[in-house]
Design a protein around this ligand. Structure first.
Ligand code: UDP
Ligand code: MG
Length: 321
């Protein structure tokens, strides 16, 4: 690469964010130009079907620091983030949502903290989520409580994907064999010195959320199964408990038979069958979660395809580099 390495890369995943583009460019540019250091903004177009790409191309004409990475199809927020992160060139890499829910002004403070305290990771922590819907707050609180249980206390609560990583941390991430890591869990798990910067989560500047409930549930399921075999153990314990209960029921049934009260036994049978059926279904479901993960891992398909990178002479190879 002949171009000098920028001090900072800002990765912005975008899926149909045409309506926030002008505002985003203005705010981001204001902050980054004010830094007085070389930077690049890596806008990752996650297969948008609106005017996002056209808007980005237009912006690039007057903003040489803007780099546009296009994914061939919609691959999801996480995959888009990873695509941008792995291709960013900066000494520090900040990831930020396109919708201005994370104020770009906080980037300056993140960078300052990272340098002053020699940190490899600085999390943007939502100090105030009162602008998010009650449902979102409630599900997020549950999610973080669960993740801290699974991954350990190093997962900061209320830290989303607004964070700064040093070059060393990015390279450590790239060395993981996982193709599509759940970043908000894998990053703390890396164990680098880290800090937090609090900020107020804003309302979406324009457009609407691209994270419906089904995607939130998907992220939660993937988070759990990518980090812990504990649910498998829950299944085992449930199975054992079911067997124990059945053992008791068998003894009860035999005693009832000796006592000549067999006809009254059918409700207990009914309950036992239902109970066993439920436990078996639950265990099958849990096994399925892991089998699905093994399946996708064995397939080894890239989580995304890069269709073009405005900073590269020719289209890059598919998947991670
Ligand atoms: N996003 C993406 N691909 C997707 C869905 C979302 O790149 O398939 C981007 C989106 O453009 C935004 C960020 O991920 O920059 C967060 O999405 P959103 O603001 O819709 O989620 P929310 O803040 O409602 O959780
Ligand atoms: Mg948002």
């Amino acid at each position: 690469m002949t171009r000098p390495e920028p001090a900072l890369s800002v990765v912005v995943p975008m899926f149909n964010e045409e309506s926030v583009l002008p505002l985003l460019a203005e705010r981001l540019r204001g902050v980054l130009d004010g830094l007085g250091e070389a930077y690049e903004v890596v806008a990752v177009d996650d297969g948008s079907t609106d005017g996002t790409v056209a808007g980005l191309t237009a912006l690039r004409a007057g903003w040489p620091e803007l780099r546009v990475l296009r994914l061939r199809r919609n691959s999801g927020h996480q995959a888009a983030l990873v695509a941008g992160l792995f291709r960013a060139r900066g000494g520090y890499v900040v990831s930020i949502d396109a919708d201005l829910q994370d104020p770009p002004e906080v980037i300056v403070e993140m960078l300052r903290r990272a340098r002053a305290d020699e940190l490899d990771i600085v999390y943007g922590v939502r100090a105030d989520r009162s602008r998010d819907s009650a449902f979102k707050r409630w599900t997020a609180a549950g999610y973080y409580r669960l993740m801290r249980r699974l991954v350990g206390q190093q997962v900061p609560a209320q830290a989303g994907d607004f964070r700064l990583l040093s070059r060393v941390a990015v390279e450590a991430l790239r060395e993981l064999p996982e193709r599509n890591p759940v970043l908000r869990l894998v990053v703390p798990w890396l164990g680098f010195p880290s800090g937090e910067v609090g900020y107020e989560r804003q309302e979406r500047a324009a457009g609407r959320t691209k994270y419906p409930l089904s995607r939130m549930a998907g992220l939660a399921a993937e988070s759990v199964t990518s980090f812990s075999a504990a649910p498998l153990r829950v299944a085992t314990w449930l199975g054992l408990a079911g067997v124990a209960v059945c053992g008791v029921l068998v003894v009860v049934a035999v005693l009832a038979w000796f006592a000549g009260a067999t006809v009254s036994g059918w409700p207990s049978l009914y309950v036992a069958i239902l109970f066993l059926g439920a436990v078996q279904l639950l265990c099958l479901g849990l096994l399925g979660e892991y089998v699905a993960r093994i399946y996708t891992a064995v397939q080894g398909r890239p989580a995304y395809f890069v269709a073009g990178d405005s900073a590269a002479a020719e289209p890059a190879a598919p998947g991670r580099d």
